[in-house]
Design a protein around this ligand. Structure first.
Ligand code: A2P
Length: 342
């Protein structure tokens, strides 16, 4: 019988943790035992895992004894504290937070783009930022064909990326506004219902935000090419789930929209949805709850020598977080990498 693994999900009660549990079950990951971990508040509650219910336990430094793989989705401070503890207990960590992504000896993996980077892991592997993941899945086949020089991206990011409480806030504020009462603002710096916020995460000294910085740095690391110039504007929009991106690309060599469409159609994990005559293009309501990265509105940008515009949409909780993390775990199994180098 092939090997089965003890798998911990840290942050198992959260929006991404919920998706991690269901995706592990859906994809038939070889789990001998699932260990859901969360804060003390959630200890003892029953959580679904496939057709079973598993009791959630409190995350403590002793949680990882005998665990083979831990998927972390409880935020950066928990990851910073507990990922090294898990690794030292012999458990390979796939971390969904930003805590380890730019560390030089931590691979940052999108399985469709740079699976080989997992080969040298030292116990912690980082799962990229949601907006970066869906973009690089689409960029990779185009970069291989015509070499991308510059990326200008604007994002339209759903509230589910902030967590379960932000979804509740959007619903509540929408009700309040429609009823004519002033909306209560708890999660974001401003009202999110019927609004757009050109701020995701904190501002940096140069006027960009941390989310924009992540897109720039992570894209270069995953693509393994520091020469790609990336500039990003990240915007939170009142969409429940599914991030959208307007992406403008400048290439070294010519790449026609037809050839780009063919390359993207042939690439793993991508669905080309691009038929403007029939009003078909990617939308969050179509992408939500599904696995692919959808690409459409593929057209020339004739203001530069070799330019293309794309519109990219994916489920940020699935491909942007939980699915990518589970795919990394699958990669570890396929390549026999489920062990922490001594
Ligand atoms: P809990 O539900 O017990 O608070 P989201 O991103 O959807 O808000 O989810 C955050 C996840 O991180 C939840 O599973 C939450 O568990 C978990 N979490 C928050 N704080 C801690 C903590 N101190 N220890 C362990 N898990 C935590």
């Amino acid at each position: 019988m092939s090997r089965q693994y003890r798998v911990a999900v840290v942050g198992a009660t959260g929006a991404v943790g919920h998706e991690m549990r269901s995706i592990l079950a859906e994809r038939g990951f070889p789990v001998s035992e699932l260990l859901p971990l969360a804060s003390r508040r959630s200890a003892g509650i029953e959580l679904e895992f496939g057709k079973e219910c598993v009791e959630c336990r409190e995350l403590t430094p002793d949680s990882f004894a005998g665990v083979d793989i831990a998927l972390f989705s409880a935020g950066a401070s928990i990851s910073r504290e507990y990922a090294p503890i898990a690794r030292d207990a012999g458990c390979v960590v796939v971390d969904n937070s930003s805590a380890w992504r730019v560390e030089p000896n931590v691979p940052l993996i999108v399985p469709e783009v740079n699976p080989h980077d997992a080969d040298t892991h030292q116990g912690i592997i980082a799962n990229p930022n949601c907006s970066t993941i869906q973009m690089v899945v689409a960029l990779k086949p185009l970069h291989d064909a015509a070499r991308i020089r510059r990326v200008v991206v604007s994002t339209y990011q759903a509230v589910s990326g902030t967590g379960a409480k932000a979804v509740t806030e959007l619903i509540r504020q929408s009700d309040e506004i429609l009823e004519g009462t002033p909306p209560l603002i708890e999660i974001y710096p401003h009202q999110i219902a019927f609004n757009c916020l050109p701020q995701i995460d904190a501002f940096l000294d140069d006027g960009s935000t941390k989310e924009e910085y992540k897109m720039v740095e992570e894209t270069k690391k995953i693509m393994g090419d520091d020469s790609i110039a990336v500039t990003a504007t990240c915007v939170r929009v009142p969409v429940y789930n599914g991030h959208s991106e307007s992406v403008n690309l400048e290439f070294e060599r010519d790449l026609s929209p037809e050839r780009a469409r063919d390359l993207l159609s042939a690439a793993r994990g991508i669905v080309v949805s691009d038929d403007p005559d029939s009003l078909i293009y990617p939308m969050p309501i179509v992408a939500s709850g599904t696995d692919p990265v959808y690409v459409g509105r593929i057209r020339r940008d004739s203001t530069v020598a070799h330019g293309l515009n794309l519109w990219i949409v994916a489920d940020n909780l699935r491909k942007g977080a939980a699915l990518n993390a589970v795919q990394i775990a699958e990669l570890l199994v396929e390549r026999d990498l489920v062990s922490v180098p001594g």
